[in-house]
Design a protein around this ligand. Structure first.
Ligand code: FES
Length: 115
């Protein structure tokens, strides 16, 4: 597992998402209040960037701009169709004001991350 320091939390508005490349993988970093989440940025329905979608801070979901599937930002699981498969989840924390995302080397990383 490798931790990557990405950017200051202050650079990401609450209720928004940003696409970053982490170890060659597209990752959507999502901020809800002062919590951050990191999931695979590519919608599991088609090749669309989830970070271009809309964050729902109450439901803790992000909605794909293409066909409206929503994903739980904490688990990566699809909440609504047409997506049926989860997207990877990565550990995301804020350390001294900086967003830090941890990914496993070489793999798709992901689902159920945290150990
Ligand atoms: S590409 Fe995301 S819902 Fe279709």
């Amino acid at each position: 597992m490798t931790a990557y320091e990405l950017f200051p939390l202050a650079d990401l508005e609450p209720g928004s998402a940003r696409r970053v490349e982490v170890d060659g993988r597209p990752v959507a970093v999502i901020r809800i209040d002062d919590d951050v989440y990191a999931i695979g940025d590519t919608c599991s329905h088609a090749e669309v960037s989830l970070s271009e979608g809309w964050v729902d801070a109450e439901d803790c979901t992000i909605e794909c701009v293409a066909h409206g599937a929503t994903f739980d930002v904490a688990t990566g699981e699809p909440v609504t169709l047409p997506a049926t498969r989860p997207v990877p989840v990565y550990e995301a924390v804020v350390v001294a004001g900086t967003v830090v995302v941890t990914v496993a080397e070489g793999g798709e990383g992901g689902e159920g991350a945290g150990s």
